[in-house]
Every structure is written in C-alpha cells, then in structure tokens.
Write a protein that binds this ligand. Structure first.
Ligand SMILES: [Zn+2]
Length: 218
C-alpha cells in the first residue's frame, strides 16, 4: 500500500469506527478498528468517543510497536500487530464488544455450525479464544491461534475480532458474526440446535470459494 492511500484509509477507519456503534455491533468507546499500511498499520486511538474522532486522531503503529501520532493507540494494538504479522492476506481488522457475540464469549462458547453462514468466517465454526487480560501478549497469542484458518473469532469474557481484505468487507463480516451469534443465542433459548455435518460445511465452504465473493452467496 503506498503512502498516498493513507489519508483515505484514515477517513475509512473513522467511518468504520462510527459505523460499528451506529449498527449496534459495539457500544461506547469499546472496540477498535485498524487497516494495514506499508511497514505497519493505522489504528483507532485509546478511549476516545467515536463521534469526537477525527482523521488526525488515528494512530500509525510500526510493526515493532512504535506509535506515531498525537494520540495513544488502542490498548489492543498488540493483537492488531500480531495478526498483520501472521496473516499477510489481512488488510483490515475490526474488534468489537458486540452484545450477542460477547454474551456467548462470556459463556466460553464459540459458534458451532448451527447455520451454513458460519462458513463466511472461513471454516466450520467460529472459535472462542481463551480469556487473557486486555492488551497483553497472552491475549494476542490466543487470538492469533483462534483465527487460524478463520476470518473471525470470539474472545472469552471480552468480545470478537473480524479480519479481512478491506475495511468494508471486514465490517460486513463483523455484522454477520453478530447476527449469527444472536440467532444461535435465540435458538439456545428454545433448545440445543442440531449442527450441520463436517461434510455439509465442507460443501458450503467449497461453494463460497467457487463464488469468490462469499458475501453474495444466498
Ligand atoms: Zn476489547
């Protein structure tokens, strides 16, 4: 990504951060949004109200963890950095404390294949990473592991992470994960839903791959 892309990316980050609260997948100053740039990434600042956020408040963090900006980066910059380091295909990360996803995460429950759209997150389930204190290397290590072969995971007693090739598609995925979490939570109020088999989920994953654009699949 060239340097000319940075001003536009700052705008996109501010818009995505506001959108996650407006769309009900985050509340207050929780959560954070980032996008990859050459040599590092841009991330929302720590503890700022998203409605007060301007493009100059977005912080640039180098891959060695050095921050450049007028604000302190999100306290969760470490897992953003580690995900970009481990996953070269990832260009954007959205982290939220979405109510339904976080409710399941507080029960240490991931989301099993109760619905075929689980495949949108890249595999047969959405894992829940074990709990670790926010901002720590331990949390980052758990998150990277839970995201192996996936584009989303839950974080126990904390929230969720979605990753993707653009901010737009990553925000869409975060909304999809919260929608699935809500449906699963609702189903659990009535009973324990039957799960789709590994063979069926493999078929759906293959169809999504063939379509190329999972978000356009029926
Ligand atoms: Zn968080």
């Amino acid at each position: 990504m060239n340097a000319d892309a940075e001003p536009a990316l700052r705008e996109e980050i501010v818009a995505a951060a506001r959108a996650m609260n407006a769309m009900g997948i985050n509340r207050g100053t929780a959560g954070n949004v980032s996008a990859r740039v050459a040599g590092g990434f841009l991330v929302t600042p720590s503890g700022m109200r998203y409605e007060d956020l301007g493009t100059a408040d977005v912080v640039r963090v180098a891959m060695d963890g050095t921050a450049h900006g007028v604000r302190k980066p999100s306290s969760e910059w470490r897992f953003h950095r580690d995900i970009y380091r481990e996953r070269p295909e990832v260009a954007a990360i959205v982290h939220t404390h979405a109510p339904f996803a976080t409710t399941l995460a507080c029960l240490d429950r991931g989301i099993p294949p109760f619905h075929y759209m689980i495949a949108r997150a890249g595999g047969r389930d959405i894992r829940c990473a074990p709990y670790a204190t926010f901002g720590t290397q331990e949390l980052s290590d758990h998150a990277v592991r839970a995201l192996e072969g996936r584009r989303a995971c839950l974080l126990a007693h904390h929230g969720m992470i979605a990753v993707g090739a653009s901010l737009e598609s990553t925000l869409e995925l975060a909304i999809e994960v919260e929608t699935l979490a809500e449906m699963y939570w609702r189903a659990l109020q009535v009973g324990e839903p039957e799960l789709l088999s590994d063979a069926e989920m493999a078929k759906v994953l293959e169809k999504f791959r063939t379509y190329g654009q999972p978000c356009r699949a029926g």
